[in-house]
Design a binder for this molecule. Structure first.
Ligand code: HEM
Length: 173
């Protein structure tokens, strides 16, 4: 039998966030011809964070001091490009109402800030002595940064592919 709800009960059953007029306004504002800049830029910190991990592994295997220098540069650019990507993402978060209103966007922000702290640490820790910094602490920070990059990147993909954040929504027709 169909359950009958009073007006008061129905009010309690609707999600005020989903009912909000801003909920479906998710289209990117920081974009080139409709393509979000953030999505274009995140490829750099992601690739570079994994490169630092790779360079540390090669140094551990070969003992060649070329690899710690590679790791130092990769760590610096991972951090720099990560901050730039973070700035575009933050503008998107603050300026687009349908992004700002979803808690998942703020979860991504918190994950990303934790990741950026790790990327900064991984670079700063190596600056004085790139070779001596690798084992064990540099390599351990690299492992942690690679795992955190995977989690943050996966969650960013979830925002786009599950919640369609940054995309244009069809309204009718
Ligand atoms: C620091 C603050 C950050 C904020 C506020 C932020 C916000 C966002 C937003 C709003 C989106 C949805 C797409 C768009 O509208 O552009 C997104 C997607 C994404 N973010 Fe971030 N982000 C931040 C940092 C990062 C970092 C450091 C990474 C690197 C791992 C990252 C990885 C991703 C990925 C992989 C996507 C999916 C892109 C796609 O597949 O199109 N984000 N982010």
């Amino acid at each position: 039998m169909r359950q009958k709800y009073s007006w008061k009960q129905r009010r309690r059953l609707t999600d005020p966030i989903e009912e909000h007029v801003a909920f479906d306004q998710t289209e990117s504002k920081i974009a080139l011809a409709g393509h979000p800049l953030h999505a274009m830029m995140v490829a750099f910190p992601i690739a570079l964070a994994f490169s630092v991990f790779g360079a540390d592994a090669f140094y551990w295997l070969t003992g060649d001091e070329f690899w710690p220098r590679v790791a130092l540069w990769a760590a610096g650019f991972a951090f720099g490009m990560g901050v730039l990507a973070g700035v575009t993402g933050t503008f998107e978060l603050l300026m687009v109402s349908g992004i700002r209103i979803r808690s998942a966007s703020w979860t991504h922000f918190v994950l990303a800030v934790m990741l950026l702290s790790l990327l900064g640490l991984n670079w700063g820790f190596r600056l004085g002595d790139p070779v001596g910094a690798v084992l064990p602490w540099g390599a351990l920070i690299s492992v942690l940064a690679a795992v955190m990059t995977g989690i943050t990147g996966w969650h960013g993909g979830k925002l786009v592919f599950d919640y369609r954040i940054g995309t244009q929504r069809e309204t009718g027709g």
